[in-house]
Design a protein around this ligand. Structure first.
Ligand code: PAF
Length: 291
């Protein structure tokens, strides 16, 4: 596996391959969830002679002023070992001066309808930062396939729409969320948790399960006990608050556009997803479950 830090070197390296790569963008500090995406990328290009490329870049543009940009762990040597073991061929790890040699004045502004709800409401500018760096990385790596984890469910949707609207010749493939044995979604930010917070953290996924169970029960009862959507969401939010969390949201949404389902969609068979973001101590975690 090669570790490459500049755009020029990366382009020269990629030119030697017969076809375009499969790409997994990351911010490093990798865990099993990222490695599963690499293995998925490997399977997708099997037999084509294409390489699997991962990028490691902590993208300042997607962090708010009071977020964890400075303390986000930079662990390139360890990440490179893990990527090598997972079957990655090339790691692109530019420094900031390489990716943003001058202030990034041209930015991708995703529409409010996808970017200003849920994560976008609590992290203003987040999806502009994500879309800008992802489009730039796509232009540098020129992949034909890119794999994004469903753990960042809204990010996956925002990127898919960007790729569709800008007619980029890239297939976006979703990767399942990897979980610890107790059900906690794997995240680079889990490393910030104290031992006690780590024990508590599983309750984020348990609250989502309780929403999933409530919707399934409602659907199998033919909607007869119909609690309204807001009740489901506020009960789940209160469960977290009672346990000492600071929830930003627990939401039940349509998978296709992350908008609230109508009453008939709620009790019918519209594919839904329940999503949550909440702080435990100083650490903000997100998770979701498809229904
Ligand atoms: O999901 C992430 O790790 C980041 O948002 C991404 C896609 C690498 C862009 O910086």
């Amino acid at each position: 596996m090669k570790i490459i830090h500049t755009i020029t070197e990366l382009r020269a390296e990629l030119a030697a391959y017969p076809s375009a790569p499969a790409f997994v963008p990351t911010m490093g500090n990798l865990h099993e969830g990222h490695l599963a995406l690499i293995r998925q990328a490997r399977l997708l290009i099997q037999g084509s002679g294409s390489p699997v490329v991962a990028s490691i870049f902590v993208n300042r543009l997607q962090f708010g002023p009071h977020e964890d940009f400075d303390r986000y762990p930079r662990t390139l040597a360890r990440d490179a070992e893990l990527l090598d073991g997972a079957g990655c061929d090339i790691v692109f790890a530019p420094d900031e001066a390489e990716l943003y040699p001058e202030p990034q004045g041209y930015q991708v502004q995703p529409p409010d309808a996808v970017a200003n709800l849920l994560e976008g409401e609590f992290r203003p500018g987040f999806f502009t930062g994500v879309c800008t760096v992802v489009l730039k990385l796509f232009n540098i790596v020129q992949p034909r396939i890119a794999v994004f984890g469903k753990k960042d469910y809204q990010q996956l949707m925002v990127i898919r729409r960007m790729v569709a609207q800008l007619a980029l010749p890239i297939t976006i493939v979703p990767g399942d969320t990897a979980r610890a044995n107790d059900g906690l979604a794997l995240s680079s930010r889990n490393g910030y948790l104290t031992d006690a917070e780590r024990v508590e953290a599983v309750n984020l996924s348990l609250v989502l399960r309780s929403v999933q169970t409530a919707v399934s029960a409602l659907r199998s009862a033919g909607g007869q006990t119909s609690p309204i959507l807001v009740e489901l969401e506020s009960k789940a939010t209160a469960q977290l608050r009672d346990r000492g969390w600071l929830p930003d949201y627990v939401a039940l949404r349509r998978q296709k556009d992350l908008l609230p389902p109508t009453a008939s969609e709620l009790i019918g068979n519209e594919p839904l997803v329940t999503l949550a973001a909440a702080k435990i101590g100083k650490t903000r975690l997100i998770d979701n479950l498809e229904i």
